[in-house]
Design a protein around this ligand. Structure first.
Ligand SMILES: *Cc1c(COP(=O)(O)O)cnc(C)c1O
Length: 394
């Protein structure tokens, strides 16, 4: 990449991210190009935000048309696209949710925490969340996040969060007391290593919430919007929450977040309780509507299932030959490959071969490929990864 760009970053951009020395300039589908003309195959497009790949045509067209008409107006006015998006999301929940719009996952979870506290009034404010969870970086969502490494130096956290090991129903039950108002969980943990819920777990959490009058909050920021083959990951287990949050893939790569709540919970948010200046702006809403339209027109929920089945059998086969690969966890295009060793050198080796992947939780290779991935691209990426795993020295 250009030395000038590097120097600009060194001087003017706060280095709170670990960056690879690659400057990306253009993307189409699952391909992305750097400023030297190199093409990369992207198995982690937009950190999970580009669920339809880079620059999906319907999203591009919708944004291009909208940007010339109305970019932003505040929520003191009505706007058609926001109403249409709320209806589209509500219909897909299957439980008649109502929407609040914001701009990111952490913001959607902040709104969920507020609803939980308002629901718990008077006297209840505690929320049970899970170890190895990830809910965002603002202080409320960070307090919900059950990973001490992210809390370091930032204490004191928001009061009232207690963490249970993910998948352990008894541990969650034991944390509930007379001051608890909600349970918050990712139906499939993303950042924590692509962890799938054990049988009966989500249903068990639902029952605990019903028994103790708690709100069940599903953070679907990473797993939602069709990535797993259903609009919401929890639909695989037939469990309905009271509140669910979305962001990452919601608007095809455009910044957007949403909270969807049952009317009984939603009624807690009234003027004065919560707001987001940019939330539900016309640009983000038309991008989200175009995302939903693309997923339906191109039958991409079905494609997620197909791709998931392929990845499962392909990586299971690799695992049988490669002792470094301990476990394969797949739901649609949400893929975790648990290694016996640190994953960072594998990510680096893939980058050299121009395949973009991610490593999370130290030892889990995370792939969040696009639903529009072709069979040829799928095979190209798997071949590179298989080769890299076979040749990695530890
Ligand atoms: C990424 C993520 C968040 C945070 O989203 P931001 O848009 O970065 O604030 C919250 N929850 C989950 C499950 C996520 O994967």
């Amino acid at each position: 990449m250009k030395q000038a760009t590097l120097e600009q970053f060194q001087r003017y951009v706060i280095p709170n991210y670990t960056r690879y020395p690659v400057c990306l300039v253009r993307g189409v589908g699952s391909s992305v190009w750097d400023d030297e003309g190199n093409r990369y195959l992207d198995f982690f497009p937009g950190w999970g935000c580009d669920l339809l790949g880079h620059c999906p045509p319907r999203v591009v067209q919708a944004v291009q048309a909208q940007v010339a008409q109305l970019i932003h107006v505040p929520n003191t006015w009505y706007m058609e696209a926001q109403g249409r998006l709320a209806e589209a999301l509500s219909e897909r929940t299957g439980w008649g949710g109502q929407c609040f719009f914001c701009n990111s996952g952490t913001e959607a979870n902040e709104a969920a925490i507020k609803i939980a506290r308002l629901h718990g009034k008077p006297g209840r404010y505690k929320i049970v969340s899970m170890l190895d969870s990830f809910h965002g970086r603002t202080l409320g969502a960070l307090s919900a996040t059950g990973q001490p490494k992210y809390h370091k130096g930032l204490e004191p956290l928001l009061a009232g969060f207690n963490y249970a090991p993910y998948g352990d129903l008894d541990a969650a039950a034991k944390l509930i007391d007379g001051e608890t108002c909600a349970i918050m969980v990712e139906p499939i943990q993303g950042e924590g290593g692509i962890n799938l819920p054990p049988p009966g777990y989500l249903q068990g959490l639902r029952e605990l919430c019903d028994r103790h009058n708690l709100l069940l909050i599903f953070d679907e920021v990473q797993a939602g919007m069709g990535r797993t083959g259903r609009w919401f990951a929890a639909q695989h287990w037939d469990v309905q929450p009271d509140v669910t949050t979305l962001a990452k893939a919601l608007a095809g790569g455009v910044a957007a977040g949403a909270l969807i709540a049952r009317p009984e919970a939603a009624e807690k948010l009234r003027p004065g309780t919560h707001a987001a200046t940019f939330g539900g702006n016309p640009l983000a809403c038309v991008a989200a509507l175009a995302t939903i339209e693309t997923i339906e027109a191109e039958k991409l929920l079905q494609r997620a299932e197909e791709l998931g089945a392929y990845f499962q059998q392909r990586f299971d086969a690799i695992r049988s030959r490669c002792s470094l690969l301990r476990e394969v966890r797949v739901k649609g295009v949400m893929i975790g490959l648990e290694l016996a060793v640190d994953g960072a050198p594998v990510v680096e080796a893939c980058l050299k071969r121009r395949l973009l992947i991610n490593c999370t939780h130290s030892t889990v290779l995370r792939l969040l490929p696009a639903l529009t991935l072709s069979d040829a691209e799928r095979d190209e990426g798997c071949d590179i990864l298989e080769d890299v795993l076979a040749n990695i020295t530890v």
